[in-house]
Design a protein around this ligand. Sequence first.
Ligand SMILES: *Cc1c(COP(=O)(O)O)cnc(C)c1O
Ligand code: SF4
Length: 332
Amino acid sequence: MVSPKTRDWKDLVSGSFRDLDDLLKYCKIDLPNSGCKSKPEFTLRVTRYFASLIEKGNPRDPLLLQVLPDALESQLVQGYHEDAVGDRLSIAVPGLIHKYHGRVLMTLTGACPIHCRYCFRQHFPYARNKPDCSASGEIMQYLSQNTSIKEVILSGGDPLMLSDRKLAGLISSLNRIPHINILRIHTRLLSVLPERVNATFLETLRQFNGQLVFVTHINHPNEISAHNRAAFSLLFNQGYRLLNQSVLLKNVNNCPGVLADLSERLFESRITPYYLHRLDKVQGSAHFALSLEDSCRIYEELRKQLPGYLLPSFVQEIAGQASKTPVRCTDP
Ligand SMILES: *Cc1c(COP(=O)(O)O)cnc(C)c1O
Ligand code: SF4
C-alpha cells in the first residue's frame, strides 16, 4: 500500500515460503507426511501475507489446504488431463488464447506469487508460448486485425508479476488499437500480496484509455483482511470494477455457509462475486473434486442464503464450448 514503510513488492515475492518445513514450522503444524515434497515442476510457493492468515496449529485450515502439496497429486486419475479445458487448441499466436467471441486472453507469464495445488494451468507450456507484446509483435498485429475483439484479458500465471514498466508498455500498445476498450486483469496477487498496489502501479493503470476490470481469485472468507481490503479500496476509488472468481474445492469451501460469508465479505470489500467454478479436471487435482450431486446441493443452498446480486454464477469450462457453461443442477 502507499505508505513510506512499505517494502518493495518484489522483495516480498522473493521472501515467500518455498520450503514445506519452513511453512509448517511457521504455521506451528506438525504433519506426519511432511516428507511429501512437491513436484519439481510445480513447487510449493506461498506469500508471507497469505501464510499469516492461516490459523496456527490447524492442519485442516482451508487456506493451508490450497497450497499444501499432497502425495495424491502424483497419482494418475482417470478422466483427469494435462489440458483439461482445451486451451492449447485455441492459441491464436504464442501467448494469446482466442476462445470466446469479443475477448482474448493473454498468458503473459507462468510466474505466480502462490502455487494453488488445484491450478488448471499447472501444466501449461508457458516456455513454448512466450508472448511478443511489442508494438509491432504478433500479438498486437492479431489484435489490430481482429476488430471484433473489444476486451483483452491479462492472465498467466499472474500478470501482475510483470513490472510496472512492462505493464506500461503493454498499455501503451493497447491504447493504439481503437476497438480495444476494456482491459481485464485476472490476478491472485492483489489478495495475496496487497503491497503490489503502490503509487507507481496506480499511475501505470491510469494510462489506459478504456475501462479497467479486475478479477480477483479468493476462495475463502479468511483470505480477506483489513490489509488487502485497503488495496481493493485504492483500485475501487480509482474507478475500476472489481469482480471475484472462486473454485469450489473439497475441504476448502464446500459449505454453503462459508460461501455465503465469502460473498458478504467480498461485498464489504467492494468486490462483486462473479464466477464459482467447478474444478477443472486437471491432472493432480482430483483430491479437491466434489461430485456433481454434492456441488449442486451446495450451490442451491447458497442461492437460498444470498440476495441475487451476491450469488456467483456456477460454471464449468467444457473444451470446445463458446463460453463458460452453467452447471446444470437438475431439480431435486
Ligand atoms: C474464462 C476465459 C475467458 C473469459 O470468459 P468470461 O466469461 O468473459 O469471463 C476468456 N478467454 C479464455 C480462454 C477463458 O478461459
Ligand atoms: S494464482 Fe492462479 S495461475 Fe497461479 S497457481 Fe494459483 S490458480 Fe494457478
